[in-house]
Design a binder for this molecule. Structure first.
Ligand SMILES: Nc1nc2c(c(=O)[nH]1)N[C@H]1C(S)=C(S)[C@@H](COP(=O)(O)O)O[C@H]1N2
Ligand SMILES: [Mo]
Length: 575
């Protein structure tokens, strides 16, 4: 078999393996699909710096990029296995088995894994191995049933067209000669038992009726390989699609719609957002970030799909009365509404990982007090459906701010990507230490006893949000018309509040920007200032002062370990 054909058999076998794995994963848990499981293991094993680089470089495309990269690597390996299998069929089987093992091990290493999670990888490896041998036999014309069919057809006197199948009209005599000489080469190179298994297939025990005849049981047949490959690709595609459909995205969407009808009104509604909170300047981030545009940061390659009917929140550890709250229990509580801006610790100065929403949820402090939280507790280790963990300081949650177990975002049931059915929201803390999505457990504990997900990966155990400001317009590198130019952006210092924003052009004096209204200290604050720009290049910087009187430092530090500092600066050219 020519090299390209061997590589193709490997590729198709790989595709069938992934398709089969996907459909089995669809039945069990989408997170058990080998590509997803390996991806998850890669995410967890990736050094924090590299992960930050990926988030910065690919933004919210980081997950598709990673999954795409894994698929490309798998494709190369699968093609390589096809080539190896050409030397010895067992190599192909062995390689696929090895890959099944890697997939199964990765699936088992996931924090939410059960024993059944090995099944997709095993099914995939088996389907892949079967496909590889089937395709090879088909391409080399040693498939037994073809010969049975052919000889039957011949008996019935309609043989000619069928009998030509193993050496079709399409294959030139040159090709056949080449195949034959390749065969001779490999015989010479590997005598005796080392003969490639494919080559021996026709002559060994159980060889078909056509074996040994000269009608080319071993001749490479391009057309039969290509039709077989096409069938394999179709099967792989159908299985992949089936697995995706099975994987419950539709169920979760239905469940969300069901919950929408149950969503109670707020017992403690938020004050209306002041009319002056949104300056409505084109290019400026709107005061309320629409759900569809809200940034998303998490380690979940597949959005966990949680059935609210089966969801519970277990609260245990340093409490007098451990409880397990159901979704219905939670909705029965008096719900609080709050406008809170979330911010990611890995946001660069001027970066996009901040968003503001109106959340509806039960007050976490009330729930913890009812459970009898003990005085020695200083950390809430919350755990999500997919095993991610987060450590939140108890004093912050208990100090009266709107720390919520949120069920709705901007008047809608929580979107799946933002934690459906329940997530934490704590004003003033970066997301990695507060905003657990798909939360299922809160272990009341101590910082000196437990570590959350990001801590051993180089991030600070505690993460209060640093006072920050951002210029949204003009954007860095923009060309503007000389003369009056509006500069505008947002500033945040959650739970302290923003008291002032100043703008500096070309290193000159700091000038006070006009501040928009805010409903409270927990949201970002829009600001704007009109500058007079002469023709030429200009640098514009911004800094905020929070309600404690602290003014943002100009010192630049990177996001790790506890949040970036420095002034956001843009350079524009006025013409
Ligand atoms: N389950 C889970 N929750 C999580 C995370 C995660 O990786 N897994 N990431 C956190 C981080 S780092 C941030 S910044 C916020 C982002 O919330 P969002 O995606 O709704 O904007 O979610 C937090 N909650
Ligand atoms: Mo984050």
């Amino acid at each position: 078999m020519p090299a390209w054909a061997a590589a193709l058999t490997g590729l198709v076998a790989g595709a069938v393996a992934l398709g089969a794995a996907q459909i089995v994963a669809g039945l069990i848990d989408p997170g058990a699909a080998p590509v997803v499981a390996v991806g998850g293991a890669v995410v967890d094993a990736t050094p924090a710096g590299l992960k930050e680089w990926a988030i910065r470089t690919f933004g919210s495309n980081d997950k598709p990029v990673l999954l795409g990269g894994i698929v490309v690597v798998l494709a190369l390996v699968a093609a390589g296995l096809g080539l190896l299998a050409r030397r010895r069929a067992a190599y192909g089987t062995l390689g696929l088995a090895l890959f099944g093992l890697v997939g199964a091990a990765a699936a088992l290493s996931r924090p939410d894994a059960g024993v059944a999670h090995v099944l997709p990888s095993i099914a995939g490896a088996a389907a892949g191995a079967w496909t590889l041998s089937r395709l090879t036999r088909r391409a080399m014309g040693s498939g037994e049933e073809e010969y049975v069919a052919a000889s039957r057809a011949a008996d019935q006197g309609m043989g000619d067209t069928v009998l030509t199948a193993p050496a079709p009209a399409g294959s030139s005599s040159a090709e056949r000669t080449r195949a034959a000489s390749l065969r001779e080469e490999s015989r010479a190179a590997e005598p005796g038992p080392a003969l490639p298994a494919v080559m021996r297939a026709g002559t060994g025990p159980g060889a078909g009726p056509g074996a040994g005849s000269d009608s080319a049981p071993h001749a490479f047949d391009r057309r039969r390989l290509l039709t077989g490959a096409a069938a394999g690709v179709a099967v792989a595609g159908a299985a992949g699609l089936g697995g995706w459909l099975l994987s419950g995205t539709k169920d979760a969407e239905l469940a969300r719609r069901g919950v929408a009808r149950l969503l109670p009104r707020a017992a403690r509604p938020a004050a209306p957002i002041p009319a002056g909170a949104d300056l409505r300047i084109p290019g400026l981030a709107p005061f309320v970030t629409p759900n569809a545009e809200f940034y998303r940061v998490d380690t979940a390659l597949v959005v966990p799909s949680v059935d609210p009917a089966r969801w519970t929140l277990k609260i245990h550890g340093l409490v007098d009365r451990p409880v397990e709250v159901t979704f219905a229990d939670l909705l029965k509580r008096p719900l609080t509404e709050a406008d809170v801006t979330l911010t990611c610790v890995s946001n660069d100065v001027g970066g996009p990982y901040a968003g503001n929403a109106r959340w509806l949820g039960a007050r976490l402090a009330d729930v913890l007090r009812e459970a009898g939280i003990r005085s020695e507790a200083d950390m809430l280790l919350s755990v999500s459906e997919d095993g991610w963990t987060c450590g939140t300081p108890v004093d912050v949650v208990m100090d009266g701010r709107d720390a919520l177990l949120a069920v709705a975002m901007n008047g809608e049931v929580l979107p799946e990507a933002h934690g459906f059915p329940v997530r934490q929201v704590v004003p003033g803390l970066y997301g990695y230490v507060s905003a657990t999505k798909w939360v299922t457990e809160i272990r009341v504990t101590r910082f000196d006893r437990e570590e959350a997900y990001w801590t051993p990966r180089g991030w600070a155990p505690r993460g209060p949000i640093k006072t920050q400001s951002r210029i949204d317009l003009p954007r860095d590198g923009d060309e503007v018309t000389a003369g009056r130019t509006t500069v505008a952006g947002v500033a945040w210092a959650q739970h302290r509040g923003v008291d002032a924003v100043e703008v500096q052009a070309d290193g000159g004096a700091w000038r006070q920007a006009r501040l928009a209204d805010v409903p409270g200290p927990d949201t970002w604050r829009q600001w704007s200032l009109d500058l007079d720009l002469t023709p030429g290049r200009h640098t514009i910087s911004v800094r905020a002062t929070d309600a404690t009187g602290y003014t943002q430092t100009a010192d630049e530090v990177p996001p790790a370990p506890d949040g970036a500092t420095g002034h956001h600066t843009v350079t524009v050219t006025a013409r």
